[in-house]
Ligand binder design. Sequence first.
Ligand code: ATP
Ligand code: MG
Length: 468
Amino acid sequence: MDRPSHAAPLPGEPDAIAVPPAVLDLLGTLWAAGHDAFVVGGSVRDALLGRPAADWDLATSARPEQIVEAFPGSVYENRFGTVAVRRDDDVFEITTFRSDHDYADFRRPHRVEFGDDIEPDLARRDFTVNAIAWGRTGDRGAAKADGSGKPAIVDPFDGRADLATRTLRAVGDPIRRFDEDALRMLRAVRLATVLDFTIEPATLEAIAARAELARHLSGERVAAEMARLLAAPAPSTGLRLMETSGLLRELLPELAAERGVAQNKVPGDDLWDHTLRSVDAAAADRPIVRWAALLHDIGKPATAADGHFYGHDAVGAEMAEAILGRLRLPRAVIDRVVQLIRQHMFMYDSGWSDAAVRRFIGKVGLPALDELLDLRAADNVGSGRPADAGGLGELRRRIDEQLAAEVALDRADLQVDGGDLITELGLSPGPLIGRLLDDLLERVIADPALNDRPTLLLLAQGALEEDR
Ligand code: ATP
Ligand code: MG
């Protein structure tokens, strides 16, 4: 078969990329069976950038049944022609060349058509830098004889030129491509942020022109992109792009409302600027804190009155719950982020007794404690202050001290439990037991020395007598 070749290597560069042995092995099997096969997409892009590639995706002329036949034990995953192949501990996705048709709802193609060539498969991809392939045609007499036995780069949209200038450019007419799939707009923002690329002007203008389509996207797809955006070194880059392009207004209108809300923190900054600084200041490997930093002041626009924002923490917590629910984040993540926002206004001062520090630990709970302190540190930086301003450094030290002393922080840490109270004091099970334990815990938090069994039983006895 005759096909155009775009496999010209870059001048002075070998037309090869560092493909892991397992992937080469998969390609080799497909080639030997007579199928064209290439690595494509993000992994090729990342390899050419010298970044570690996350997942190696393969594209082939082999039909799903043929892929399964070539790799015994593999699984046909979905109607898009993707087969999952396990090699060592990794799972690789091998997808039959395809072209997309009938985008009816700005989301996903309704019909996919399998193809015999890599080029149309690259043409359906979103950005030029994601539309580069590396591989070759399958082993079959003539093709092999004409030199196609050597794998090469296939780059019909000049993605390598855009890689060199770190540019994100839609494949084809950006307006049409975003009409086909609105997620691509958010992918553009996310990829630009993660890769530290610039979105090419026509592509960026098309996002602004089509931002409204983003409201058709499912919460899950938006959340997946947002999560990756929030894991970037500086999410503010992408969040600003979302704001200026109008994507934010469609996806997170509550956040878009922060624009223009006055703040007396960093001169010239509004509430949105403060939020962005705070998000960047939170650690990239703490997704919960990043989400909380993004949403921590979301209650402010609604509560703004006379330069104050009374109750914005409680209002913001409720709003965050609704937003994250809309994005279908896991319940445990939602609960934690909401808790952090609700508690983010805690006021520490050096006058706190050690018992107050222990009460604080008990109220926040150990699992959320570090995250709450990190959120406050990010909020501090977002306000133009040092991370440990407001006594935060001191509070951290005092908390560490208390934790090192292994003081009791909840009922489970008490040297007596409900069963002890029932047998030793002749009580019957009921709410009274819980009340007694809470009372004992309060006393032990105030004075850890009281946490031994005889003392606690005496204290419980005393409390009972007082009650009578
Ligand atoms: P990452 O490194 O974040 O995984 P990626 O570009 O590999 O980035 P994937 O979601 O893994 O992103 O997609 C793999 C490839 O599939 C992309 O590189 C692109 O070629 C193509 N692709 C993914 N999503 C779309 C889309 N919505 N429209 C068109 N092509 C897409
Ligand atoms: Mg990928």
